[in-house]
Design a protein. Structure first.
Length: 249
């Protein structure tokens, strides 16, 4: 396993208690970072901390769809650690599997709020901290659905397309600074998000992957760790595929 150097870096991972977020958290810890899990599920966060068993890991119960709460918790992180070097926007939900015509308005707003608005809130809030220290790495977890648009998953696909656009915009805004902003577009992986999907939709996603298997959370964690490292000093406003050959652009 490649060892990236995140020694003395302070990282926040949203939705860090499970799935992609936990895999990223574990890899960051192995690389020497101090990691703060942000998760709405206090019990899941505590279970993650029990699993990882590191003095460099802590958690805050944060509703990332609330800008004031995001700001308040970032202030607390900076007061405790003196800086915020890395921020990973990973928290998200799949939403319902149904047609656009039948998609409930409340469900659409719920998916957009967590998958897209929260990424904007967190980026808006954390950038001033990174500018102050002239260093930062922001990694947003999007999805191949944001590029291709999965049928019967319009809210999810649209929200992830928005994350890609936001990443490109913010990355270009900060290109003259020592702050990199990139996103990753993985194909599906077997995480608890599958619990929110129909079996038909899961089979559809697998059928679209030329490698005929789902992504591994460890592979995504490795890519994100490089993007979050000082070693990545050039790439910004970019989209990194982890799609098993599915991506067409």
């Amino acid at each position: 396993m490649i060892k990236y150097d995140l020694n003395d870096r302070v990282a926040v991972v949203t939705g860090g208690a499970q799935g992609f977020g936990l895999a990223i958290t574990e890899r960051f810890i192995e690389a020497g970072a101090k990691v703060i899990i942000w998760d709405i599920d206090d019990n899941a966060a505590k279970e993650a901390i029990d699993k990882v068993k590191s003095e460099n890991l802590s958690h805050q119960v944060v509703d990332v769809t609330n800008f004031e709460i995001v700001n308040k918790n970032l202030d607390e992180v900076e007061k405790k650690y003196g800086k915020i070097d890395i921020f990973v926007n990973n928290a998200g939900i799949a939403g319902m599997n149904t047609t656009v015509a039948e998609y409930p308005l409340d469900e659409w707003k719920k998916v957009m709020n967590l998958n897209l608005n929260s990424v904007f809130y967190c980026c808006k809030a954390v950038v001033p901290f990174m500018l102050k220290n002239d260093y930062g790495r922001i990694v947003n977890i999007a999805s191949i659905a944001g590029k291709e648009g999965n049928p019967n998953a319009s809210a999810y696909s649209t929200s992830k397309a928005g994350v890609i656009g936001l990443t490109k915009s913010l990355g270009k805004e900060l290109a003259q600074k020592n702050i990199a902003v990139n996103c990753v577009t993985p194909a599906a992986a077997k995480t608890r998000i599958f619990d929110q999907m129909t079996e038909e939709h899961i089979n559809y996603m697998l059928s679209k992957i030329p490698r005929n298997k789902f992504a591994k959370v460890e592979e995504l964690a490795s890519l994100v760790t490089w993007l979050a490292s000082e070693e990545n000093s050039f790439s910004t406003a970019a989209v990194f595929d982890l799609s098993g050959g599915r991506a067409t652009y």
